[in-house]
Design a protein. Structure first.
Length: 261
């Protein structure tokens, strides 16, 4: 049986032992704070806090770097386009193209904020197993349907992946070779449609099996969440740090403003 890999969820560090409800709340508040930050001072301070959490979680730096490489590969295109299109003072020209100081500053701010949010989410959220994450979200009064959707997606996504590989293998056995032609496009459309049909059939069978076992829309868990002393200290310190970021954001003038700012 194929199992979804959760490389960061196993560990004995302080961050791993924290109550997942507290980590979810702190991660959400931190992400919102970083998303609305407009100064380098607050952004750099937030990045430092995220790196501190990552250090306390004692995660594999090579695996974290792989995740960050994927994110920054998209940010790379911002460095190619945003300095050329953002209005402001031109600092370098090449023919009709010109790089603006405000564009470079804004792109750098986006880069720092994105990396800070991703590092914090890896340190706080990725250290929680998906099943535990769904249960913690339910304890935080998230809609049960969303929590069930998360748990079912985690449980059955590998089943759909195996079904996809079986269909592709069947196509290859029948002599299918992909190319840039109408037959290939039609074949992939049939593949997507068949995968959708089989997913629907599997969902119906699973739902009927759950009803036969007395499912009434509620998942029951033997795990009991309780706030320990370390969780209260973590929440208090995190709220103080976020408050400091807000004060730092308000004291420093914004380095980047929009074209109408």
């Amino acid at each position: 049986m194929t199992v979804i890999c959760e490389p960061f969820s196993e560990g004995t560090s302080l961050v791993h032992r924290l109550d997942p409800r507290g980590k979810i709340m702190v991660a959400a508040l931190f992400a919102v704070m970083m998303a609305v930050a407009q100064t380098y001072a607050a952004t750099l301070a937030g990045l430092a806090l995220a790196i501190l959490c990552l250090t306390l979680a004692r995660l594999s730096l090579s695996k974290v770097a792989c995740r960050l490489l994927g994110v920054n590969s998209f940010i790379f295109f911002l460095w190619l386009l945003l300095p050329l299109t953002y209005p402001g003072e031109a600092i370098w020209r090449w023919g009709p193209l010109e790089f603006t100081r405000q564009g470079l500053t804004y792109t750098g701010l986006i880069t720092l904020k994105s990396n800070a949010i991703i590092i914090a989410l890896i340190a706080l959220i990725a250290t929680v197993p998906v099943v535990t994450l769904g249960q913690a979200l339910s304890r935080l009064w998230f809609p049960n349907k969303l929590c069930h959707l998360l748990l079912f997606t985690y449980r059955y996504i590998y089943v759909l992946a195996e079904e996809y590989h079986r269909l592709v293998q069947a196509m290859k056995i029948r002599g299918f070779r992909p190319g840039t032609n109408l037959h290939t496009y039609r074949s992939y459309a049939y593949l997507a449609a068949m995968l959708l049909v089989r997913s629907y059939d599997r969902a119906e069978r699973v739902f009927q099996a759950m009803l036969c076992r007395g499912f009434h829309g509620t998942f029951y868990s033997l795990r009991v969440f309780s706030w320990q002393r370390r969780d209260k200290i973590f929440l208090a310190v995190s709220l103080l740090a976020l408050t400091a970021l807000i004060l730092l954001e308000s004291l420093k003038p914004a380095l980047v403003r929009g074209p109408h700012g």
